[in-house]
Write a protein that binds this ligand. Structure first.
Ligand code: HEC
Ligand code: HEC
Length: 404
């Protein structure tokens, strides 16, 4: 006969062994999975790449001037629209609308611009290859700011505090006697706004805290930081649902163009997307190779090797997933209202209206979809940018900033 003490001890040992072995602990990550988590981590985000096409990209005085311009409604045909009308700091630099609303209605959904400095292409169709030339197009778009470059150059010339800020960065303000001088000032407006936008960087989310704990080898970090559903959602995201095929890296985008079969609004002609965008950027006088760029032609490799071709019909740039809390309604025209519906879309992977949907139906169950959504909700965070950059600056501040 074996003593009951021994039986009890063996039972306890068995139970402990079972607890160790049982696969259920959703927080147990393999080394390969930890490498993937690390690749998605905000701490893996390098500084924004330099922009050789913009000589003042990292000039603090240009950023300060750019901040004033970004929030300035007098840079519009009506005196009422600024960049911040649609890119609202309190909504993580987007607007909560399906399509941007300026003087008229924009053609597409307003993306957040946090982290935009990391992207080799701007806009849903990538029709711009640098931040400063991007900034020029809403200024003259009749549906957005609706003004003209001549008006903007004359405004800077006549407004003494703006003229001073301009001269502190670019030297003597030119005589506005012809279009080369106007184009120069217009370009420099864009370059200053871009210097400002380069400061808008994504912050650390709850997901990043969780990865920090996993990377540090904490035994059960999820209990405090991540619910079981969130952990399971993350598992699906990097595993079965294969979201990281496109949403990868610390910004959760590969910066590439894909057709994911998003359906147009009823009655709206399907958007051609990248296939048209790539033609536009190659022909753009304000691109990296153009006369207004500060780059040497050798610095414009992105443009040189830009992909073209029929597979780009209906393809859009993979958006970052770092600010989903504020980027609804989702997709290039705001066609999808909620994250649950976005996931339903991926689950069904409908035929594309034009081109070819690259994704396959996921066929996940309701519970798994809920878990994926719970995970996506952990990615939002305020930008990693000092508060003073997140509001309209006062003129006094600008003076102090420059003289200190
Ligand atoms: C009327 C609303 C509106 C105004 C005003 C506006 N934008 Fe936008 N912005 C949009 C929309 C809509 C898009 C996407 C358009 C597209 O992809 O075709 C966009 C795209 C962008 C992007 C690209 C982001 C990315 O990830 O592709 C940047 C950067 C940007 N805007 C900066 C600015 C700046 C700087 C100004 C002021 C000079 C400005 N915007 C004014 C609505 C607006
Ligand atoms: C083949 C590449 C690809 C895959 C795989 C993919 N996405 Fe996307 N995702 C995109 C593209 C491209 C868009 C923009 C499409 C558009 O607007 O037409 C997008 C848009 C989104 C949006 C909307 C973001 C916004 O701010 O508008 C969310 C959310 C999203 N994807 C989540 C996911 C999730 C979750 C998965 C995995 C189930 C996934 N994606 C798989 C490429 C992909």
């Amino acid at each position: 006969m074996v003593g009951s003490g021994v039986v009890l001890t063996s039972l306890i040992v068995l139970m402990l062994a079972w607890m160790q072995l049982r696969p259920a602990g959703p927080e147990t990550w393999t080394d390969a999975e930890i490498d993937i988590l690390r690749s998605l981590w905000i701490e893996s985000l390098p500084p924004a790449p330099r922009d050789p096409s913009n000589a003042v990209a990292d000039d603090p005085l240009a950023a300060e001037f750019g901040q004033h311009l970004f929030f300035e409604p007098r840079l519009s045909g009506t005196g009422t629209i600024s960049c911040a009308t649609c890119h609202q700091p309190e909504r993580r630099f987007t607007d909560g609308l399906a399509k941007g609303q300026g003087i008229g209605m924009s053609k597409r959904n307003t993306p957040s611009i946090i982290g935009a400095a990391h992207s080799p292409w701007l806009y849903w169709d990538g029709r711009k290859d640098n931040l400063w030339s991007q900034a020029l197009s809403p200024l003259e778009d009749p549906a957005e700011h609706g003004g003209k470059r001549e008006q903007y150059a004359a405004f800077i010339a006549s407004e003494s505090s703006y003229r001073e800020m301009y001269e502190a960065v670019f030297g003597k303000f030119p005589a506005l006697s012809g279009s080369p001088a106007v184009d120069e000032v217009f370009t420099n407006i864009g370059k200053s706004i871009a210097a400002y936008e380069r400061l808008l960087l994504p912050g650390r989310s709850r997901f990043d805290d969780y990865v920090a704990a996993v990377v540090a080898g904490e035994h059960k970090p999820h209990a405090a930081l991540f619910s079981d559903d969130e952990v399971m959602g993350l598992r699906l995201f990097i595993g079965e649902a294969n979201c990281t095929q496109c949403h990868n890296g610390p910004l959760m985008t590969n910066h590439e163009f894909h057709n994911t079969g998003v359906i147009s609004f009823p009655g709206e002609v399907p958007d051609k997307g990248r296939v048209a965008g790539v033609r536009e950027v190659l022909a753009d006088p304000f691109n990296c190779r153009g006369e207004f760029s500060d780059a040497a032609v050798a610095d414009c490799a992105e443009l040189e090797f830009a992909r073209t071709g029929a597979e780009l019909i209906g393809a859009f740039r993979t958006p970052s997933l770092r600010n989903l809390e504020n980027t609804a309604p989702y997709m290039h025209k705001g066609q999808i209202e909620t994250l649950a519906e976005v996931l339903q879309h991926y689950n069904e992977a409908p035929l594309a209206m034009i081109g070819h949907n690259e994704t396959k139906p996921l066929r996940l169950g309701r519970r798994e979809l809920r878990q994926l959504e719970a995970f996506l909700d952990t990615l939002s965070a305020p930008p990693a940018t000092a508060d003073k950059w997140l509001t309209r600056p006062t003129r006094e501040l600008a003076h102090n900033g420059r003289e200190n």
